[in-house]
Design a protein around this ligand. Structure first.
Ligand code: UGA
Length: 435
């Protein structure tokens, strides 16, 4: 098939590379000329394990190309995937669909055969209906169908998630569109991946329902972690004991400093707005958002407590800045409010991250950055692990502690073995267990 992917952000680029890897002819289009120029030089705008190799291979085999010219991408396309950004609107937090609608209007003017226009971006329920309306108005004679095919990949493991998903959801009200998308995902059906075909609105909602549920799960275990600290229990074992019940499942029960990233905070807010627009309260989602916001703001207190309440003038080494490992993404990262609160309390911040320093510079002021974690901790009064990169979990605590002024360690991700930390003379504070 010939596929046009509009938007070469996370979802667009990964989808484009993976579909090309399955043998389709894919053109990735983006309005950002600098991004396209970089992609043509073989430089990726994001860090994602394995993506560079996949893109290089597909480009070399002439199955993947990039353009700023939408007409080149859309000409002869069987499928147009809309994967443009849907950032939260400042005024009300709702997903901003301006880019999606603008792209859809433009695509309407360019299609030259029956084309299935598919939303891959996370879009509120009813967006497909609006796209259909806009496109029909822009081009009454065009032959097209609008479908929803939400993407469930995670940053950091995007390629594996795309190639071996738990499920694929195809939301189409038109049988030709449904059949074309089923054919697109035939390689996954052969691997026994469930392909769920629904109507368009249902597919749109499945994406939000899934993300919000996972966010609720995290907030739930985070509150349980607080209770564990007070009653003298260990949240990791509570999570293990819960997760062995297959009805609950073990995933997403890792207590931490609160969820971040470009999806959970934005999507829970957008779902909440949708529920309010329809006068259907979703109190559980609302509370989980509030719990997460409060948690991210409160985490600095743990560090200040570990410093015996004296943050003023203290030097704090932050290990890991991105919202999770294996990504350079700083969006909504728990490290940001934590660092800002420590700075307000008078601490000086030194920070290390394996991939995120460049993006962190853009969002953090007055922070000294280090490429080496040991140099970062040198002379510090406390080391704080926020993101559990493999390289940070494997740190030599003896070496880390050797250079520090005080051996205070705050571990927000259960990255370190408490016995090992104690052996090296650290006073360890961890989430969800009595210290
Ligand atoms: C999330 C979903 O997991 C994907 O299925 C979805 O496709 C994606 O959003 C999206 O909508 O595009 P992502 O934001 O990349 O993926 O990252 P996650 O691995 O889900 O982590 C999100 C946040 O939750 C991170 O800050 C992470 O540290 C936190 N988290 C996750 C926990 O605190 N505990 C856990 O047990 C799991």
């Amino acid at each position: 098939m010939k596929i046009a992917v509009i938007g070469t952000g996370y979802v667009g680029l990964v989808s484009a590379a993976c579909f090309a890897g399955w043998g389709h002819e894919v053109v990735g289009a983006d309005k950002d000329a600098r991004k396209i120029a970089a992609l043509r030089r073989g430089e990726l705008p994001i860090y994602e394990p394995g993506l560079d190799r996949l893109v290089d291979e597909a480009v070399a085999q002439k199955r993947l190309s990039f353009t700023t010219d939408l007409s080149i991408a859309v000409a002869g396309a069987d499928i147009v995937l809309l994967a443009v950004g849907t950032p939260p609107r400042l005024r009300d937090g709702e997903a901003d669909l301006a880019f999606v609608y603008a792209a859809a209007r433009e695509v309407a003017g360019l299609i030259d055969r029956f084309t299935v226009v598919v939303t891959k971006s996370t879009v509120p329920v009813g967006t497909g209906d609006e796209i259909e309306r806009l496109m029909t108005r822009a081009r009454p004679d065009a032959s097209f169908a609008v479908a929803s095919n939400p993407e469930f990949l995670r940053e950091g493991s995007a390629i594996g998630d795309f190639q071996r998903p738990d499920r694929v959801v195809i939301g189409a009200n038109d049988s030709r569109a449904r059949e074309l998308l089923q054919a697109l995902y035939a390689p996954l059906r052969e691997q026994n991946v469930p392909i769920l075909a629904t109507d368009r609105r249902t597919a749109e909602l499945i994406k939000y329902a899934s993300n919000a549920f996972l966010a609720v799960k995290i907030s739930y275990i985070n509150e349980m972690a607080d209770l564990c600290e007070s009653v003298g229990a260990d949240v990791r074992e509570v999570a293990l004991g819960m997760g062995l019940d297959h009805r609950i499942g073990a995933g997403f029960l890792n207590a931490g400093p609160g969820y971040g990233g470009s999806c959970f905070p934005k999507d829970t807010l957008a779902l909440l707005r949708t529920s309010q627009d329809h006068a259907v309260p979703m109190r559980i989602v609302q509370e989980s958002l509030a719990v997460n916001d409060a948690r991210k703001r409160r985490m600095a207190l743990k560090v200040i407590d570990a410093l015996d309440g004296r943050a003023e003038g203290a030097s704090v080494a932050i290990l890991g800045l991105t919202f999770k490992p294996e990504t350079d993404d700083m969006r909504e990262a728990p490290s940001i409010p934590l660092i800002e609160a420590l700075q307000r309390a008078g601490a000086r911040i030194r920070a290390h991250d394996p991939e995120g320093i460049e993006n962190a510079r853009a969002v953090l002021d007055d922070v000294e950055f280090f490429d080496d974690p040991y140099e970062c901790a040198a002379g510090a009064d406390a080391a704080v692990l926020i993101t559990d990169w493999k390289s940070l979990k494997a740190l030599d605590l003896g070496r880390l502690g050797h250079g520090m002024r005080r051996r205070v360690l705050v571990d927000f991700r259960h990255a370190f073995d408490p016995a090992e930390a104690e052996r090296h003379g650290f006073a360890l504070t961890a989430i969800g267990r009595p210290s």
